[in-house]
Design a protein around this ligand. Structure first.
Ligand code: ATP
Ligand code: LTN
Length: 341
């Protein structure tokens, strides 16, 4: 009886997105996609390529197009089965931009100004501090609220945006009643913030790191190994593999990566490398990453050759996503007083 109930109860919904602003890194994989794939069977999932968000920073159009399709191939290769998950391209669902406009009118200048990502990206793109960069969180709130999800799995850097989405949704619901379901962020315990391999003080990012500090999902094994071998460890006199984020950030970062790809605990890792130096530790982490990424890389390369298949996936995804999105948007338009078409 309980099995039948379980099967027929509606699955909880999960939603997230990544902008095609660079090639996916080990950081975006461990902080986000890996966790999506691990829960794909338990949830009704909506995952998209956030191309509308990508253009808040100047992009080369050909790169955006290539990366959007590559990202889709990588989502599938990471285990997101298009038969079970709704995979789509953000710009194909016009409701995102429409709801974002409405939510802009319920987002405050002060709260948008406080967003760390806005401050960081403004500092790095001084000649292009555009309005889209500023209102980025209202679009992200729209992305989420359109689909009424239960969970939003993201890395730690997105927590502030998810919290602002809560505030915007509560403000709207406070005026118009329960229009939006307010989801929880899901931030992994291990891997929520992978740091640059050469600068453990800054996040491994797909568009901002120097090439030496990051590992891409599609990097060939020899490149991955090279990156790990030259990873910065720490110049402490202790010279041992011990988890101490404060005093040994480089080693802690490598331990986090190793833990995330092998499932080992920090204690197990410390025991494994007892009496061994960083020269032994770094290539072992590199090899573990290579082996973990190998099937993903191979499957992505295979899928990238099948453009017709990818097209069928994003078209089917758009159809399903737009149905759900339209339902929410209609409700919102009615609530704010727009005359029905
Ligand atoms: P950009 O450099 O263009 O701003 P990004 O690499 O910082 O991009 P995204 O790839 O857009 O960020 O992020 C996609 C998802 O991966 C988000 O949920 C984000 O929180 C997560 N993520 C990104 N980088 C990391 C990281 N270094 N560690 C853990 N999670 C990350
Ligand atoms: N802002 C996110 C990408 C993103 C997203 C979303 C994540 C856009 N819309 C909705 C979760 C839910 C980023 O920069 N990584």
């Amino acid at each position: 009886m309980s099995e039948i109930l379980q099967e027929t109860a509606p699955r909880k919904r999960m939603l997230s997105g990544i902008k095609p602003s660079g090639d996916l890194t080990l950081g975006s994989y461990l902080g986000a996609v890996k966790n999506w794939a691990e829960r794909a069977d338990q949830f009704d999932c909506y995952y998209f390529m956030a191309d509308l968000h990508a253009i808040t920073v100047r992009q080369n159009p050909a790169d955006v197009r290539r990366r959007t399709l590559e990202q889709l191939a990588q989502y599938i290769a990471c285990g997101l089965d298009p038969e079970k998950n709704t995979l789509f391209i953000q710009s194909h669902i016009h409701q995102h931009a429409e709801l974002a406009w409405v939510l802009n009118c319920y987002s405050m200048f002060g709260e948008l100004s406080r967003m760390t990502q806005f401050k960081d990206k403004s500092a790095k793109n001084e000649d292009n501090i555009n309005a889209g960069l500023f209102t980025y969180p209202s679009l992200m709130a729209a992305d989420i609220l359109l689909y009424q999800p239960d969970l939003v799995p993201v890395g730690e850097d997105q927590k502030q945006h998810v919290e602002l989405m809560h505030d915007i949704a509560r403000r709207f619901n406070g005026i118009y009643g329960d229009v939006f379901k307010i989801p929880e962020p899901f931030i992994p315990k291990v891997g929520a913030r992978i740091m640059s391999l050469t600068n453990p003080g800054s996040k491994m990012s797909k568009s901002e790191n120097e090439d030496t500090g990051r590992v891409l999902l599609m990097d060939p094994p020899e490149v991955v190994m090279k990156q790990f071998k030259r990873a910065i460890t720490d110049s402490d006199s202790e010279y041992c593999v011990r988890y101490d984020k404060e005093n040994k950030p480089g080693v802690a970062n490598l331990m986090t990566i190793y833990a995330a790809v092998t499932g080992k605990t920090y204690e197990e890792i410390e025991n494994e490398f007892q009496g061994k130096g960083y020269g032994v530790f770094k290539p072992v982490v590199g090899e573990a990453v290579v082996e973990h990424l190998r099937p993903i890389r191979e499957e992505s390369l295979r899928l990238m050759k099948d453009k017709a298949y990818l097209e069928s996936v994003y078209r089917a995804g758009a159809e399903k996503a737009s149905y759900v999105a339209e339902k929410t948007l209609r409700k919102v338009y009615k609530k704010v007083g727009f005359v029905a078409k």
